[in-house]
Structures are given as structure tokens and as C-alpha cells.
Design a protein around this ligand. Sequence first.
Ligand code: UDP
Length: 491
Amino acid sequence: METATSKPHFVLVPWIGSISHILPMTDIGCLLASHGAPVTIITTPVNSPLVQSRVDRATPHGAGITVTTIPFPAAEAGLPEGCERLDLIPSPAMVPGFFCASRGFGEAVARHCRRQDARPRRRPSCIIAGMCHTWALGVARELGVPCYVFHGFGAFALLCIEYLFKQRRHEALPSADELVDIPVLPPFEFKVLGRQLPPHFVPSTSMGSGWMQELREFDMALDGVVVNSFEELEHGSAALLAASAGKKVLAVGPVSLSHQPILDPRAASDDARRCMAWLDAKEARSVVYVSFGSAGRMPAAQLMQLGMALVSCPWPTLWVINGADTLPGDVHDWLSENTDADGVAHSKCLVVRGWAPQVAILDHPAVGGFMTHCGWGSTLESVAAGMPMVTWPFFAEQFINERLIVDVLGIGVSVGVTRPTENVLTAGKLGGDEAKVEIGAEQVKKALARMMDEGEDMRRKAQELKEKARAALEEGGSSYMNLEKLIHSSV
Ligand code: UDP
């Protein structure tokens, strides 16, 4: 019988820019450990408790996972102390400094990996790097071990990105208002507007084109891609990507299923406890959950239209608002007059101005639908919970994910957004009008009604996918077997 120590040692270095990369990569570490492989997850001091608490929840006996902390040189890059994720930097002007500090962090991690190489039980057998850790390839080659990347995107979005890099159709567009055809999954037809393309193809990110080129070269030289997905979900996208990119593409998810969704009351925040108690008082499938991920922030005027729809629609709503502290005073006043922040059992619209326990919420029997920004983590968590969606993409690859949810999987209704929202990486560079309202309250309510009242077919399809998602991670399932492949290809 194989013992834990006869299995390869995985070193995982999540991209520290966003919680939404740190959480799923930690979950991948937990899944590898549950297959008996020793795992080290390397992160920064501020992010370490996040990783450690997740590891403790998945492996109560501490089996097989070490969390190693390496300092993040924030001060050397001119960042305030503790700015160890993009959501923690006080201004978009500090984005280049963040990337500079992240490079310094990478160099320190590389030195650490080289030192570990001399210690038989600690030497890395495989490195899985977060999407921007381009330094990882050099160190993997020096140590003679495989290097995989985790992008945080789904296989379909990665396939579209690969196609666009190769075919360069976007370059011939007369304007960003024209549609780009991305025929990667016939017979489905995919078209997105030029301005809805992922940042790789929008010449306006704060990271610059040189950095994008470096990321592309990193991608092309890697041994493989680890994806938070399962093969039954994306209509063969992983295999098509593997064939097109000439590397392994292993779907090992949904990684959120590595944890029990039930909230641990001892570890839960006050906000989390409030959400769950409020949901407990609601009827089955009656609630709309509204959240736009870890970074999605709407212009105040747009947020007001959404708010007016949520308080006047027939369903109770649980609404997570990011960056609530930056909203103008009149919006604060409106929120305190029209919504509930205390979790009063009979209230109509509960607002959370912080971090909500999303996986536990989606799994709660009272929740009947999810209004989402189509971040890939949220999309998969929704699929794993069998939940239909109203799609409201913001930026990045989210417009592509929307097409998958609505057109291919048939489990979502588009609210109808056409313009990406400004964000920390594109601040002020998309030419958008901050005050512009694209989606009015009535349009929001129509989309909600289609999901909550007329969505039986979507709900059925979502439930079928939920079953397939669970089966994928069970012994012999597609994601289970891909984890085994990852382990065996790293021996
Ligand atoms: N999330 C959460 N609570 C919140 C907001 C987000 O647990 O209040 C989690 C969510 O469950 C998901 C991640 O944060 O795992 C967001 O990832 P996603 O890829 O959907 O979006 P991003 O944050 O990258 O835009």
C-alpha cells in the first residue's frame, strides 16, 4: 500500500492578488492531501490565517498540509504595511507597486524552494503556481519538477482565450462595440463585444502589455493547467484546450466540495451567523441571494437601481455589498431606511456589508436563486449547489462565463449588461462614465422573475449538474481521477 510519504510533495503558491484565487487553491491543496499527497501551501503573513483556517476545516487532524509564510515586501514597493492583496491597497495607483512587491515575494519563495530541495522529505515534487507567479517556472525547471498553473478561470474561458491568442480576431475589430465570434464549441455560437473581452485583449489594464506578454509566455512554457471545474460541465472544453495548447489540462473540482458547507458556529463571524439565522426563518426556495464576488463594485447610481429592484420585488433578498464604506452618504441613508442590517427575522432585504458565507448560503434550502457577477468561483459554487442564476458580469472573463451559463448550460438568465465596470486593474481607463446606469430597476425585476417564477427548466438542469458535480469528486469520478493523474504524473 502507498503511504503518504511515497506520494509526491506538492508545493502550491496561490496568486495573492485576490481571495478568490487563494481560497480555491487552498481547496486544491486539501483535495490533494485527501488523496494522500503531502502538500505545502506558501503564502504571505496577512493571507496565512485565511489559508490555515480553511486547511483546519478540511483536515481537522492537520493531515498532510503545511502552511508556510514568507514575508511580502510591501514597504520596499512603497505600499502601506499589510497591503498583501489587491483588495487591501488603498488606491489603484498602487497596483504597479503591488505587482513589484509580488515579484519580490516570488523571488523569496523561489529561494525557499531551492533550500527545501536539499531536504529529502521537504523537496518539492511538483509546483502549482497561481496565475501571476511567472517566477515558478524557472525554479521548477532548476529542480527538475513539473510546473502547473491555476488561473482561477474555467476551461471554457481558457479555451476562448487560447483561441483569441492564436486567431487574433479581436485585432480586426473596427471598434469595441463590434461582436467577436469565438467558435470554439460548435454547434454553440459565441459572440461577445470587443469591450467584454478578458483583460489580455483590452489594451487598458494597469499591468501593461509587457506584463501580459510575460504571462502568455509563462502559460505556453508550463507543463499543465489545473482547473476548478469538472469534465461533465464544460462540454469537452478541457480536452479541446489540452489539444490546442499541447499540455495537460486537469479539471479537479468543484473544489468547494472539499469542505462541508455547514457553518461552524464557533468559527463564524457575526455577519455569517446573522445570515444563516435570517435564512432559517424563510420559506424553502423563496430567497434571492445577490453577491458580486470579492471585488465587484457598482457605481452608486447603478447600485441604487439594483437596490430599488431588490426591495420592491416579491422575494426576500440577501444582498452582499462590497466597498459599502466608499458609498456616498445619500446611498447610506437610503440603505438604512429601506434594508435591514441586523438580520430581523421577518425583514425583506438583508444587507451584508462585509464577507458572507457564500457556500453555506447557496446550500441553504431557503435560497432559490443567485444573482452573480459570473466570477468562476461563484459560478461553480452555484452549480455545485444546483442553483439557477441571474447573470450580471462586471469584467475579466465574466462575460464569457455568462455565455456558458446562459447559452450552453441553460441555467441562467442574463440581466443584460453590455459594458464592463471599472475595477482596480482598469481604473479610469475603460472610458466608462462612473455615473452611468445601464440596468434599470424594472429590468432587474424582469430577470429575477424569469429565474424565480419561470425557471423550472433551469432549476432542473442546475440540479442535474449538482449531482454530476458531486459524482465527479467521488472515488472513480472524473475529478477524482484527474487528481490521481496529477499525483502520478509528479512522482
Ligand atoms: N466570497 C464569499 N463571501 C463573500 C464574497 C465572496 O465567500 O461575501 C467567495 C465566493 O464564495 C467565491 C469567491 O469569494 O469563492 C469569489 O470568487 P469569484 O471567482 O466568484 O469572483 P472574484 O472575487 O474573483 O471576482
